[in-house]
Design a protein around this ligand. Structure first.
Ligand code: ARG
Ligand code: ZN
Length: 884
């Protein structure tokens, strides 16, 4: 059944408060749910319909009396209810240990955990399970005292004690009304790191991070990230923690990254646990941003929530923007900020651009869905964050902060829409470009697809003018054949022949307005005439990636080399380097000719690598070639094997041509002393590891044993996971024998560290394909004793690495990769439909493939679609994939 945004109606009843009692037992948990219910007078009188899924209903009482009821379409239906507010009591049981979907109440590692967003609460009890119904919750948990010593729920602990039969209980009260998707409980054997902090407001808070007993030594970074998050939200937006106690609980079976339940965030262990021996720099950064993200949801998501799930980006886009800003503000150099921005844009292009161009394309605020879980997407999250970022660009940083303040003044405690948010930001900034063009700007919420922007410049030496013509165009997407113009902020500068940044004065202006400005494109085509220019400039457009668009700027190789050498905007400097690589790689891929990296390109890369002042982290980004997936997105027809061949050839040429430079880079970027995940040391490690990878790659051709030997030694002696994994990966991609030895050793060392074993699987499945060996190994690993489809992290470690991250291993002329994919989707669907639907999306871009891949891909998708007992989740994905 398709749910449509335009069909939204207010609820016929409100649930004002809920009193829940859980008698927790893995096989059969009893839930007693007492609700205070009243009619919504704004809606015509009708039956009360409560959502429920996989529940055994044992009793229904209205004001203490049993009443007649029926259950239809997974709803409990009650007619003839009192006109005045009443108490409704519903008793149900459920079986947490059988809940392999990990939605609702489930068991993991011998404890109880919940996940309710988006519609998991209905798997716990009957309820109006929609975000615009907000209630206060009081929750009593009863459970075996030995097996489940820790009993947690949202809010404050108000009572606890022992019960007969070895049980104990705890009662929690959450004073903040909340929608059911923010409910949580935990009953498990856990320990916690805790810290009292005093906020700027003077209020004291207790922060806690709960983990299993052996993991306490891996909680320091999560706690530090939480403390930093509290301070940042106060400093940047004046938003303080509204709770006495804020808890994070880590669980190893979890469908996503983490969940912002009020006062009781539940996290995938991957985003909590870290120590230098087990976690990489990337893991440390991931923890910081996810801890921040969930914490920031307390205001943007919990205090102000979504009216309906079509508005999901209201909280997710905004909160991703906030976590990105948080991570940027934590570093102090402009170049470290730029590194974070480049990484975020890379993620957007890698995941959201393909989504916007494929069968799952949808607006940031979708118009319809079958299964809402399928719309926790890169578009809603990451493009949604870009939409918020553009608002900030259009009103300025202070203007945006004013807008946020107005948003909270107007809507605190409410369930609202994306329109409400945009309106608040615009109203707080009258006269801004956002306010002026608000109606057009909001097309970012309603139109799917990535806009294409064309830029053409013309210099007139006689008139000393430079004319820049910008135009925009949108391609059709499912259900949206035509597009109207967007509001596109184009941050830009003009760079002279000596690398100087020219003053920007438009015709009609009295004086130049600095050397960088934001042009606001809001029509299909606009012209800008800059004046007072004695030299022909090279334009630097879309600085900092000021809008999520595809830019066609028609710059020559010489222009790009000029930008790479001189642009003051680090993002565009990086972009110029990527474009130079792209031009060469795509040329070879399209023509089928051998790739030859020319001296100009090699010298440009050498001068970045050897540059005296650029950051190591930035250099690493410039010297990393565009991924195979990104290359594929630039092509009309995709032959994944050809892309792999050409990119590998380019890597080898970079390895050989810069051999001495790589040696130099490796030697000069050794981090001494104890481990710290700060961006400067992390950047040095990243560059050293890239150098090592190139040195080993070079050695795989010359058969010189020195670098592989040194790499193996480094692998053995490493004192942190970043260096150990860097060395292991360099070996796996270049030296079969040493790789075998290292992989075995790595497994033996970390056999008890689940998150590290995940890396062990992922590294092998994502290795550079050669003669089908990587695929063969990945298939073998399915029967490794440590592999399991039931644990989402483990399932993803192998399947995502192969099907999403390793095109050359996955897309095979014999179609074995697609058979692998279809088998896993079907197996997973019977266990965990949400996860299965994620995996199913590996085939999104099948129509772009060349033959024989394309036909084989269609056949595999059709095989999945033909299965009668498919979940709604997977059915929606494969149906869309096969449409027209
Ligand atoms: N709200 C959570 C977060 O982004 C994610 C919940 C994902 N839920 C889902 N059904 N996929 O922080
Ligand atoms: Zn979120």
């Amino acid at each position: 059944p398709l749910i449509r945004r335009e069909d939204y109606t207010a609820p016929a009843y409100w649930i004002r408060s809920v009193d829940l009692t859980f008698d927790l037992d893995p096989a059969k948990t009893l839930v007693v749910n007492r609700m205070q219910v009243e009619r919504n007078p704004a809606v015509a009188a009708q039956a009360l319909r409560l959502d429920g899924e996989e529940l055994n209903l044992t009793r229904v009482l209205v004001n203490g009396d049993s009443v007649s009821f029926r259950v239809e379409n997974q709803q409990l239906v009650l007619d003839n209810l009192p006109e005045t507010p009443f108490t409704l009591e519903v008793r149900t049981t459920c079986a947490p240990e059988k809940n392999t979907q990990l939605s609702g109440l489930y068991t993991s590692g011998g404890g109880f955990f919940t996940q309710c967003e988006a519609e998991g609460f209905r798997r716990i009890t009957y309820f109006l399970d929609r975000p615009d119904v907000m209630a206060t919750f009081s929750v009593t948990l009863k459970a075996d005292a030995t097996k489940y010593p820790v009993l947690l729920s949202n809010g404050n602990l108000v009572e606890q004690g022992t019960l007969d039969g070895g049980k104990h209980y705890a009662k929690w009260v959450d004073p903040h009304p909340k929608p059911s998707y923010l409910f949580a409980l935990v009953a498990a054997n856990l320990v916690c790191r805790e810290q009292k902090i005093r906020a700027r407001s003077g209020r004291e808070h207790l922060l806690q991070v709960y983990v299993r007993a052996g993991d306490l030594d891996k909680t320091e970074h999560a706690m530090n990230s939480l403390i930093a998050s509290v301070a940042w939200d106060e400093a940047r937006f004046g938003l303080s923690l509204d709770l006495d106690r804020f808890m994070i609980v880590a669980v190893s079976d979890f469908n996503m990254g983490a969940m912002e339940n009020k006062g009781l965030n539940i996290f995938n262990t991957k985003y909590v646990l870290a120590n230098p021996a087990t976690a990489t720099d990337a893991d440390y950064a991931g923890i910081e941003s996810v801890v921040g993200h969930e914490y920031f949801h307390n205001w943007t998501g919990n205090r102000i929530t979504c009216r309906d799930w079509f508005q999901l980006s209201l909280k997710e886009g905004l909160t991703v923007f906030r976590d990105q800003e948080f991570s940027q503000d934590l570093v102090h150099s402009p170049s470290a900020r730029a590194v974070k921005r480049i990484e975020d844009v890379r993620t957007l292009r890698q995941h959201q651009f393909p989504e916007d161009a494929g069968p799952m394309a949808h607006p940031v605020r979708p118009d319809s869905y079958v299964e809402i879980n399928n719309f926790y997407t890169a578009t809603v999250y990451d493009k949604g964050a870009e939409v918020v970022r553009m608002m900030q660009t259009l009103v300025g940083r202070d203007g945006f902060a004013r807008g946020m303040t107005l948003y909270f003044q107007r809507h605190d405690g409410q369930a609202v829409t994306c329109d409400d948010f945009a309106q608040a930001i615009a109203d707080a900034n009258p006269g801004s470009a956002l306010a002026t063009h608000l109606a057009i700007f909001k097309r970012w919420y309603s139109q799917a697809g990535t806009p294409r922007v064309q830029a053409r410049g013309h210099y007139n030496a006689d008139a000393r003018t430079y004319t820049l013509e910008l135009s925009q165009q949108g391609l059709p997407s499912p259900g949206q054949p035509t597009k109207e113009p967007w509001v596109i902020p184009v941050a830009m500068g003009l760079i002279g022949p000596r690398g100087e940044h020219l003053p920007l004065q438009l015709v009609g202006e009295d004086a130049p307005v600095g050397t960088e400005r934001v042009l606001v494109l809001h029509e299909e085509r606009q012209r800008y005439e800059f004046t007072g220019l004695d030299v022909e400039p090279v334009p630097s457009l879309l600085r900092g990636f000021s809008a999520p668009v595809l830019l066609e700027d028609h710059l020559s190789d010489a222009d790009l080399l000029h930008l790479l050498a001189h642009d003051a905007d680090p993002f565009n400097r990086w972009e110029a380097g990527q474009r130079l690589a792209l031009n060469r790689l795509l040329g070879a891929i399209r023509t089928g000719q051998a790739l030859h990296l020319d001296a100009a390109y090699i010298e440009a890369m050498r001068s970045v690598l050897r540059h005296p002042t650029l950051d190591a982290a930035f250099k690493e980004l410039v010297l990393t070639l565009p991924s195979e997936g990104y290359l594929a997105e630039q092509l009309e027809e995709v032959d994944p094997q050809r892309i792999h061949q050409v990119r590998e050839a380019a890597r080898l040429q970079l390895a050989q041509a810069l051999h001495h430079d790589w040696e130099w880079a490796f030697e000069t970027h050794q981090v001494r002393g104890g481990y710290s995940p700060d961006p400067v040391s992390a950047g040095q490690r990243a560059l050293a590891n890239l150098a090592l990878a190139y040195l080993c790659l070079g050695a795989s051709v010359t058969h010189d044993p020195v670098w592989p030997g040194r790499t193996y030694q480094r692998f053995k002696d490493a004192t942190n996971m970043t260096d150990r994994l860097g060395a292991l990966s360099a070996l796996v991609n270049s030296h079969a024998e040493l790789a075998e030895a290292a992989l075995q050793r790595f497994h033996a060392l970390f056999r008890d560290e689940a998150l590290v074993i995940d890396k062990w699987f992922a590294l092998q499945a994502a290795a550079s394909e050669k003669d089908g060996r990587v695929f063969a190994r990945a298939r073998q690993l399915l029967s490794h004793p440590d592999f399991s489809l039931r644990n989402p992290n483990r399932a993803r470690s192998l399947i995502t690495a192969l099907c999403f991250m390793n095109p050359a291993a996955f897309h095979r002329t014999d179609a074995a990769g697609y058979v692998f994919w279809a088998d896993r989707v079907l197996e997973l669907d019977a266990i965990n439909p949400q996860l299965a639907a994620r995996v199913a999306r590996a085939m999104d871009r099948w129509k772009q493939l060349a033959e024989p891949y394309r036909s084989a891909a269609r056949e595999a998708i059709a095989r999945v679609a033909a299965r009668a007992e498919l979940s709604n989740d997977v059915r929606e994905i494969v149906t869309r994939a096969l449409a027209d």
